[in-house]
Design a protein around this ligand. Structure first.
Ligand code: ZN
Ligand code: ZN
Ligand code: ZN
Length: 323
């Protein structure tokens, strides 16, 4: 059983999920491996992955459109979602769900090359799994993507990952606390303030009726970009089909601009949403953070939790707008 451990000093969490038989020398640095085994995400190879938990049917001629399967190397295992909190120098059981969302039946197609309707199906699959996680009593649903070997993707076939967590991720917890503090001090919503200021500043990349994409003011990586949901007080859960489409389109436009700026850019993105349990945090606007994997995280970043970024976000915004 994997373990959840909370660092008593920083509140940071670690999921310790040992793979059986791993020894320190197994972690030797080797050149990035080339995929040789048959792809378990391709149509016809479904039996190579664990049995699916969700399938969305495809259009005529397609075997399917999106599939969700349990992760073969899960960082968390199913169990009781009611976690005793917290474990001071005591590991907690690593319970949760860890799934892989196969975004397309086509092996060679990147997310950025899919049609908006297909990206919307990806979102739909995530929403369906999220509802299942809620029904099971989990605390938080994390949706994220690693694209490219440098960003941690172990397979080329386009996929993202879903985690059902028995805790609120520390980064989210910090965002909620900061919005509460801002409300106490300034009497208004921190996100609305950011949206108002960034919506007319030099970091704005593009804007639609309900979304704003900006180069992050204090990025962790060059070309880091965020997409904010603009309406105040409306959770992710309340999105209509049309709004999901709008989101799929702005995400695709942004990914394509990033690719034109730097072909096949390796990146990670993740959604920050309201928790599955408890009341909606009034001053929270859900958002997507897209962090390219371009510079290495090293001593300064580990030591200070601060980042050295060799490209100004204002400059990044100019490049991305041009693309
Ligand atoms: Zn494949
Ligand atoms: Zn607001
Ligand atoms: Zn966030």
């Amino acid at each position: 059983m994997p373990e959840i451990r909370e660092d008593p000093l920083s509140g940071r969490l670690s999921l310790v999920a040992p793979e059986r038989g791993r020894r320190p020398h197994d972690f030797r640095i080797t050149p990035e491996s080339v995929e040789t085994s048959p792809c378990p995400f391709c149509p016809g190879n479904e039996h190579l992955a664990p049995p699916e938990v969700l399938r969305l049917e495809g259009e005529a001629g397609e075997p399917w459109s999106v599939r969700v399967v349990p992760n073969k190397f899960a960082a968390l295992e199913p169990g009781n979602p009611e976690l005793p909190w917290s474990g001071f120098l005591e590991p907690l059981p690593g319970v949760g769900r860890h799934e892989v969302l196969i975004e397309t039946p086509e092996h060679e197609k990147a997310l950025a090359e899919l049609k908006p309707s297909q990206v919307r199906r990806v979102l739909e699959a995530f929403c369906r799994r999220k509802e299942a996680f809620r029904a099971e009593g989990w605390c938080y649903a994390l949706f994220f993507k690693n694209h490219g070997a440098r960003a941690g993707a172990s397979r080329r076939h386009s996929h993202s990952q879903l985690l059902a967590l028995p805790f609120l991720p520390p980064l989210l917890r910090r965002e909620f606390v900061r919005t509460e503090e801002f409300r106490r001090e300034k009497g208004r919503c921190l996100f609305c303030e950011i949206l108002e200021r960034e919506g007319q500043g030099p970091r704005k990349i593009l804007e639609t009726e309900n979304f704003l994409a900006v180069a992050a003011f204090a990025p962790r990586q060059p070309l880091e970009t965020w997409i904010f949901w603009k309406p105040h007080g409306r959770p992710f859960d309340s999105l209509t089909e049309k709004e999901q489409e709008e989101f799929a389109e702005i995400l695709l436009t942004l990914l394509q601009a990033l690719n034109r700026t730097l072909p096949d850019l390796p990146y990670n993105f993740f959604l920050h949403l309201e928790p599955l349990r408890g009341p909606f945090p009034e001053d929270f606007h859900w958002h997507l953070e897209l962090v390219p994997a371009l510079t290495r995280v090293a001593g300064f970043e580990w030591g200070a939790e601060a980042y050295i970024v060799p490209l100004a976000p204002e400059e990044a915004a100019v490049w991305l707008k041009r693309a």
